[in-house]
Structures are given as C-alpha cells and as structure tokens.
Design a protein around this ligand. Structure first.
Ligand SMILES: [Zn+2]
Length: 434
C-alpha cells in the first residue's frame, strides 16, 4: 500500500493506543460520578518511579456504599476520608467501603507510589518523562470514559525542567529546592485525557487572539519548531468552524517527545522523530491535525463507552483529511481517503470486516483497531458524498454543538445527521455502521 508516512505512523500508533481500552470493559459500571481530581505528584526520573496522592471529590447515590477505582500497578499506601470504613486492593482494583450514614457529596484521599511499567514513560538519559494512554498507572481513578471530571495537578520537578500538563498553568512555586507546577483544568474531560510532560525543551510560542500555542521539542531549533507546527493556528480555526465551537483552553501545547502519539486535554504528545518528517515534507501534518481534532471530538464530545470508540477516532482521522483538503487541495483529501480505504479493503478482503460499533471490545485485534480509525473515516467520507457538502457539514456542526461536553453513542450521531438532513439514514447506517 502506498501510504503517506504520517498515515503509516498512525497505523503503528493504533496498535499501542487501543490496547488499553479492552481492560476497561471489565470495569465495574458503577454510578460513581467523579467531580474533581486533585493530584500531587513527585515523579523521579532517575529511578523511574512516582509517588503521589489524589483527592477525589465525587457523588454516589445514597444506597451505594462501595467505590471501585482503577490503580494500575500502583501500591496503595493509604485511603482516607471522613466516611471511609475500609479498603481492599487486588490487582488493579481498589475497592473502598464507605459508611452508610455518609453525605451524598463526598471526598477521599489516596496516597500511593510505584514504578509504572506503562502510562508514565521515563527517559533518564534526556531527563524527560511523559504520560501516555494509561492514566491509572500514575493516578488512581474511575476508568469509565463517560465519567468526565475536572482536575488540578501539582507536579514537583527539578528546577531546570519544564512541566506541561492538562488545563492551564496556574503557578510555579519553590518547594524543597525544586519547582511545583500547578496546572488546573476547569472543564470536564475523561481521565484518559489527563497527562503531563517534563523535560528541558526548546520552546516556540505562537500567539492567537484567545489561545497561546506552545510548541516544545528536544534537538529542534525554535525556527524548526515553528516550521513543524506552522499549520496549527489555521487548524484551530478550521476545527472551530467545523464544530461551531471555539477552542476552549487558554493554551494548546504540542510536545515532540519519546515514541508515542496521544491527544491529551489541552496538549498533545507526538513522537520525537515526527518533527523531522514534517520538516522534510510540509504536508505530512496528519498527526498534528488528528491530535488537535481530538480536543473537540474525543475530549469534549466523548464516546459513552468503548463500543462507540469510532466516534472519537474515525472523526479525528477523517478531519485530518478534511483539513488537508482545505489547506492543500482536493487531491490531498482524495489521496488520504484512498489510503484509508486501502487499509479497510485489505481487512475486508481477508473477511475480517466488522461493524464500527463493537459490542464486545474486549480483545480487539489489530484489524479491529484499524477498522475503527480507517473504515470509520472512510464511512464519514461516504456519508459526506451521500448528503452533499452543505448538509454533511451542517450535520457535523449540529452534532458537535448538541453533544459538546457530553458523551455520545452511535445512535446520537445517526439521529443528529437525520435531523439536519431531514432524511431516513437507517439503510446507510445499517450497511456501514451498525
Ligand atoms: Zn486518535
């Protein structure tokens, strides 16, 4: 297959990024509603370890007395709270028993430490660390993507290091000869979008009216960072127009670090070597636009469960092609869609085609993962062809605005597109989606 390098990169990253969602299906589907996480963290880069605490503010119906949280491989040192009776910790499950006479709104604090085997990556030789995908390996949390929350992070780092995290930077204060970076996010997003990156970076800043874009890398000059991320302001405007929703955070940071790609709330990490790819070919920006698109589709309009994950990934993948059309012309769009179709056709030819809605997302195969991204993006293209540009984009905007800050199912999307097009789309969705 003749695929653009950035699309090939996307194919390889999917293998890593989707392995995490399977385990979450085993999670206890509780009615726990986390409102806010306040995290204090001390990552130690030389020993690749972390120590921390998380205070969780939550709602739980009065007739429920047990909370189940995910703690990855962390060691739990204590669980404290006025209404905490006892806790037990088995594997990655932390069960906390609350007294029966507790208040409806509640709070508890968990102290923990560990050497995360994943989720928090350390690069001691570069004095860097960054999070990716498995948030529960560095903070205890409710893994349900439908349970969105706000977060405050206080991260203790050596004085010579920068720390970029979800939300907005509130303060940098001295403590024990180090710096505590306080980042706060005052809007809800799912726990898998929380994260941070630490290192001594070259920084390049782009100022827009309401957003400051900060680009970070190691081994790139400021001019090179500017060149790599030159499209970002236009991408933000493009997605604002397509969603009808202004970008909502005061900053958007892009960090070239390590060996992964992931959107997080308010920032993205991109593989360190990816910058060279864009410097060599300025149209290889699919991953920059893909991760940026997730700030809307994924982070704020979030799949209600992993079976609807295509609503996150197909959208981001399709939108990177749509941006290329806007910026580089129709041929670029067509070549991206052709590449997506080639991935899908290869899976179909091997009789591994499936519905985009995975009822049983427990052990997704590589093909299953690729279907969610590439068949999904191709299907959005087909829907665009079916409805015509005007109706399709009006539908996307209606869906995005209606479900902003909410969780979505496939039928929410289906019905939004029917409402705007005033058409019965059952046969299209039956053929391509369900
Ligand atoms: Zn993605």
């Amino acid at each position: 297959m003749h695929l653009k390098k950035s699309i090939r990169s996307l194919l390889t990253l999917i293998f890593i990024s989707l392995t995490y969602s399977g385990t979450y299906l085993f999670a206890f589907q509780s009615t726990l509603d986390v409102l806010h996480y306040e995290v204090s963290l001390e990552p130690d880069i030389p020993t690749e370890s972390v120590r921390g605490s998380v205070t969780i503010g939550f709602n739980l119906p009065p007739d429920e007395h047990t909370i189940e949280l995910n703690s990855g491989s962390l060691t739990i040192d204590s669980v404290k709270g006025i209404f905490v009776q006892q806790f037990s910790h088995t594997g990655d499950e932390l069960l906390i028993r609350l007294s029966e006479d507790r208040d409806n709104e509640n709070e508890l604090t968990i102290q923990y430490h560990g050497n995360p085997p994943k989720g928090l990556h350390f690069i001691p030789e570069k004095n860097q660390a960054y999070t990716v995908y498995f948030t529960e390996y560095w903070m205890v949390l409710n893994p349900d993507p439908g349970d969105k929350a706000t977060i405050t992070m206080n991260i203790l780092v050596d004085k010579e290091l920068d720390c970029i995290a979800s939300g907005a930077l509130i303060s940098v204060q001295e403590k024990e000869g180090k710096h505590v970076y306080k980042w706060e996010q005052n809007f809800d997003s799912p726990a898998y979008t929380f994260g941070f990156a630490i290192g001594s970076f070259k920084q390049q800043v782009m100022k827009l009216d309401k957003v400051t874009i900060r680009n970070y890398g190691f081994g790139y000059s400021s001019d090179e960072l500017k060149q790599i991320f030159i499209e970002t302001p236009d991408m933000i405007s493009f997605f604002e127009e397509k969603t009808g929703i202004e970008y909502f955070n005061s900053t958007y940071s892009q960090i070239l670090i390590g060996n992964h790609y992931q959107e997080m709330s308010g920032f993205s990490v991109l593989r360190a070597s990816y910058g060279s790819l864009v410097l060599a070919d300025s149209t290889e920006t699919n991953l920059i636009s893909h991760e940026l698109a997730h700030q809307w589709w994924g982070n704020r309009i979030t799949c209600a469960g992993w079976e609807h994950f295509w609503l996150n990934e197909a959208f981001a993948t399709f939108m990177s092609a749509a941006y290329n059309e806007h910026r580089f012309g129709r041929d670029k769009y067509v070549s991206d869609i052709d590449a997506y179709y080639a991935v899908y056709k290869d899976i179909k030819d091997r009789n591994n085609d499936k519905s985009l809605v995975f009822e049983n997302w427990i052990n997704p195969s590589k093909d299953d993962r690729n279907l969610v991204y590439f068949k999904g993006a191709y299907v959005l293209h087909l829907l665009r062809e079916e409805l015509g540009d005007e109706v399709f984009w009006a539908g996307i905007r209606y869906y995005s605005r209606k479900y902003f800050d909410q969780t979505v199912t496939t039928s929410d999307f289906h019905h939004a597109m029917e409402t705007v097009s005033d058409r019965d789309l059952n046969s299209f969705f039956d053929e391509w989606v369900y």
